[in-house]
Design a protein around this ligand. Structure first.
Ligand code: PGA
Length: 253
């Protein structure tokens, strides 16, 4: 049984005071909420302050990126071990905005995934096609390439410490959500790919999140799909009320 996982990606929003306020709002509502795993991913500058707010709760901390080296002369970079030290348990890797604006390659994603796992930080590895790729009927091809390269060198047991997020680029921040059946089609494919590449238990246990314009109003029907295990939420994670409602509506009983 896969526990639902809802992760909030705050992107480049919130200065420290605002971040603490948002974390407190989420904590107030979800303090005793045990039916889903909740992760919030603030910008690097807010990690420690947010950790102070959530440290004794079930809410977990994640980072939005990391660099694969442990330490060294890499100006501006943050390593997985530094994120662990700030209280992070998760790290988003290969988000389409990193790929688009920072030129992140599938090979870089692979190094980041491995370096996160080495220190026990769970990667949330993002895959997804652009609008153009979908129109050219290349969705499965693109996702296959991203999975193959991103997870190169991993063993079946490594998938116990891995989350995949399917985020169609055309659905991110656009208000256009993939329909539940469009999303399910790709999620199902990802799970079968995991089974072929790794093992049946790996496929049965890995959580695959959907991301792209998730809101309190559409999370339920997405979660009703058999292969959608949670969501990576951008815009709607920046207000405690909408994020909390997404978390609550994600639980299907
Ligand atoms: P969105 O972003 O919810 O604002 O579409 C999702 C994401 O980028 O992870």
């Amino acid at each position: 049984m896969r526990a639902p996982l809802i992760a909030g990606n705050w992107k480049m929003y919130k200065i420290i005071n605002e971040a603490v306020q948002l974390a407190n709002g989420i904590k107030r509502e979800l303090l005793d909420f045990m039916k889903a795993e909740v992760v919030i991913c603030p910008p690097f500058t807010n990690l420690s302050a947010v950790y102070e707010v959530i440290m004794e709760t079930n809410i977990k901390l994640g980072a939005q990126d990391l660099f694969w080296e442990k330490e060294g002369a890499f100006t501006g970079a943050i390593s997985a071990i530094m994120l662990k030290d700030c209280g992070c348990e998760y790290g988003i890797i290969g988000h389409s905005e990193r790929r688009k604006y920072f030129g992140e390659s599938d090979e870089a994603v692979n190094k980041k995934v491995k370096s996160a796992q080495e220190v026990g930080l769970t990667p949330i590895m993002c895959v997804g096609e652009t609008q153009q790729e979908r129109q050219a009927d290349k969705t499965i091809e693109v996702v296959t390439r991203q999975l193959t390269a991103g997870l190169e060198g991993l063993e079946s047991e490594d998938t116990a410490n891995l989350v995949i997020a399917y985020e169609p680029v055309w659905a991110i921040g656009t208000g256009i959500t993939a329909s539940p059946s469009q999303a399910e089609e790709v999620h199902k494919f990802i799970r079968s790919w995991i089974e072929d590449k790794f093992s049946n238990p790996a496929a049965a246990n890995i959580r695959i999140l959907y991301g792209g314009s998730v809101k309190p109003e559409n999370i339920r029907e997405l979660m009703q799909q058999p292969d959608i295990d949670g969501a990576l939420v951008g815009g709607a994670s920046l207000k405690s009320s909408s994020f909390v409602n997404i978390v609550k509506n994600a639980v299907i009983e």
